[in-house]
Design a protein. Structure first.
Length: 190
């Protein structure tokens, strides 16, 4: 298996990874952290997908996709923190004034999990941020200390995943997900 990670410019592939089975469903579409809270809450049904379609046409697009040949098998939401909900998040601290990027969601399709694709997605998100001039990149994974994380909450990643990618713990947060504390992990790209 040869995985290639590319910018998320193909809306159909983003829809495969984060869209609902019904286009009118009010699901995340990976917008809950990407957009300011008010805008995210105001979008409903098909407007959510239309907003993602617009994001896919922006430069930079809203994240990266992993491909096994022509088949999309993974997604990572990554963008400048200033353009995300983390810009004003009170539970995730700002440790300095750098124009850092945030990676907030890592998702691998069923049938492709357990093959290291999340590691490749995180590496691809780092490369994408670096190529777009980011001085550093942050993630906000759970510190699960090796305990099992519920699959629906695993999208933020684990501290171990980020450590393996070269990130270091930069700060504690007051955010908790699935009973686990989240930590701020950072990788300097300068």
């Amino acid at each position: 298996m040869s995985i290639e990670v590319r910018p998320a410019t193909r809306f159909a592939d983003v829809r495969t990874m984060v869209g609902p089975k019904r286009p009118d469903a009010n699901v995340c579409w990976c917008l809950s952290y990407r957009l300011p809270s008010k805008e995210n809450l105001a979008l409903s049904a098909t407007a959510r997908g239309e907003r993602v379609k617009k994001l896919c046409r922006e430069d930079p697009p809203p994240g990266v996709l992993a491909y096994d040949g022509d088949e999309v098998v993974g997604w990572a939401g990554v963008h400048p923190r200033a353009d995300t909900g983390f810009a004003a998040n009170r539970r995730i601290p700002h440790i300095d004034d750098l124009d850092v990027w945030s990676v907030w969601c890592i998702r691998v399709r069923p049938g492709h999990r357990g093959q290291g694709i999340s590691h490749q997605l995180l590496d691809g998100a780092v490369a994408f941020a670096r190529e777009n001039g980011a001085p550093a990149i942050e993630g906000y994974p759970v510190d699960n200390k090796g305990e099992k994380v519920d699959l629906t909450m695993a999208y933020v990643g684990t501290r171990a995943l980020f450590l393996k990618a070269g990130f270091r713990k930069a700060a504690d947060t007051t955010s908790v997900l699935n009973g686990f504390p989240r930590v701020l992990m950072r990788l300097d790209l300068s």
